[in-house]
Design a protein around this ligand. Structure first.
Ligand code: GAP
Length: 462
């Protein structure tokens, strides 16, 4: 039996959502390219998140920091030391990483040679799920690179492993240039890179991905309140975009398992075909970032009126919400994918034949509208349908399709989640109207062509 992940991988390849990177050279481990529909869907997710943060919330501004930063940033952030650079083993099943000391295996003091460790780990199991462990390795998730023509230590830096560090180092710049007052937020979307030991599950864990991160700066005593607020706001965002409630949950992460910077951490998990997994982290990072960047850079990153002694001056606490665009996209695909045995349309011949329906939210779905002449061999119909397509194309992501029976074409569009199909028929030539078919209900009604743009914009909330 083909499982859901495999079905989605196949659909993504077949219909132009996602391709393996460098495929003609045999692929490139854990990197993926987003095809014509994938890039539209990704852009829609990013727009929905950006609008939510910068338009629908108060006091949030945007930023687009460079991927390459001073290596001192990563010293201050703890990425070159804590967690990110330890000798680790990773479970091949649940992908949790453990320090050697945390794995239940007795390694005697004089058996520390690499060979002995290898032997010991062959027999030990993941403390979390009992899965097989990788060999222990000194591992830093940061991807190293060199800036400038000489490849020496002085020119070495890293591709960022999380986008938020660009926000922290610009805290003062944004605060003063925008004349902001606490509490306020900085939102950013951008690429991040991690040299994952075991990338897996299609686009779930990759080495190059995009993050959408909000850093909310607040008074320390209000951090708990805002932590709870943002956790709920983020759950609402998924809900508004149609993710099924039963497939989403919040999980409080214990102090032992938290990221090195987090005072408190809640994961938003999605029920993927391979189990419940994190899609987003909500963190109370306390003053870890601003105090460390202050210490390492020598700049005073405290907030408050620094000229007046009587006023409180403090490092703001940071509440962070951090989600991977691709992981989020994968969750949306899993949630929307439906197979209808026997089909909904009249074109399905046998009850065993399966129709695919991708019930993506109208904001997320890559193609909003398909324009279809009822039949291909009537030049008047084709001409009119092409005119409609040209009329709509500047306003919406549209496809024009005249190949195959009308039923087959509806099925092709349902499979990629196209929200409306517009059919130009013989009546259209006389009435200057067409049929609009709703993807989820297959309900059809007629609309006059001159009203189309207005009506569709209303229906799509655009
Ligand atoms: N700034 C905090 C931070 O980066 P994280 O929990 O390491 O926290 C946040 O990452 C989100 O980024 C994850 O919930 C996930 O959606 C995404 N992410 C992390 N590593 C990823 C990877 N290797 N591939 C795809 N997405 C990843």
């Amino acid at each position: 039996m083909v499982n859901l992940t495999e079905k989605i991988i196949s659909l993504c390849k077949r219909r132009g959502f996602i391709f393996p990177s460098s495929e003609i050279y045999g692929g490139f481990s854990s990197c993926y390219d987003f095809g014509p529909l994938g890039v539209e869907m990704k852009n829609n997710i990013k727009k929905a998140w950006w609008d939510e943060m910068t338009k629908l919330h108060e006091n949030i501004v945007g930023l687009d920091a460079a991927i390459l930063m001073s290596p001192r940033v990563w010293q201050a952030s703890g990425h070159l030391t804590a967690g990110f650079a330890d000798e680790l083993v990773e479970c091949k099943v649940c992908h949790k990483r453990f320090k050697i000391s945390d794995v239940q295996v007795s390694v005697s003091k004089n058996s520390n040679s690499e060979k002995m460790l290898k032997l010991k780990f062959q027999n030990s199991k993941c403390p979390q799920c009992g899965g097989e462990l990788t060999q222990p390795r000194k591992f830093n998730l940061m991807m190293r690179t060199f800036v400038g023509p000489v490849e020496d230590k002085a020119s070495q830096t890293y591709l960022r492993a999380e986008t938020c560090q660009g926000i922290y180092v610009n805290f003062e710049n944004v605060l003063s240039s925008m004349r902001l007052k606490i509490p306020f937020g900085i939102a950013q979307i951008g690429k991040a890179f991690r040299n994952e030991i075991t990338p897996s599950n299609f686009i779930f864990r990759m080495r190059e991905f995009e993050q959408m991160e909000l850093q909310w700066f607040c008074y320390p005593k209000e951090a708990n309140r805002y932590f709870n607020y943002w956790k709920q706001e983020r759950m609402k965002w998924y809900d508004n975009l149609g993710i099924k409630k039963e497939n989403l949950r919040l999980v409080e992460i214990s102090s032992k398992e938290r990221a090195h910077y987090a005072k408190r951490q809640v994961d938003i998990q999605y029920k993927f075909p391979f189990g419940w997994q994190e899609i987003e982290g909500v963190h109370n990072r306390g003053d870890w970032d601003l105090s460390n960047h202050s210490k390492y850079s020598g700049e005073n990153l405290k907030y408050g009126n620094k000229d007046k002694k009587d006023k409180e001056i403090y490092f703001p606490y940071i509440i962070e919400t951090s989600v991977g665009v691709e992981r989020c996209l994968f969750a949306f695909l899993c949630d929307a994918y439906q197979e209808i045995a026997g089909g909904r349309t009249k074109t399905t011949k046998s009850t065993k034949e399966i129709e695919i329906l991708l019930k993506l939210d109208k904001k997320i779905t890559p193609v909003k509208i398909a324009v279809l002449p009822l039949v291909k061999n009537k030049p008047d119909l084709v001409k009119k349908a092409k005119e409609v397509y040209q009329l709509l194309k500047p306003h919406f992501v549209c496809q024009y399709d005249e190949v195959g029976s009308i039923g087959r074409r509806y099925r092709r569009q349902d499979e990629i989640g196209t929200f409306f199909c517009l059919t130009v028929d013989f009546e259209s030539l006389k009435q200057n109207d067409l049929t609009i078919r709703y993807r989820d209900t297959m309900f059809q009604e007629r609309i006059k062509i001159p009203r189309l743009i207005k009506v569709l914009k209303e229906k799509l909330d655009e």
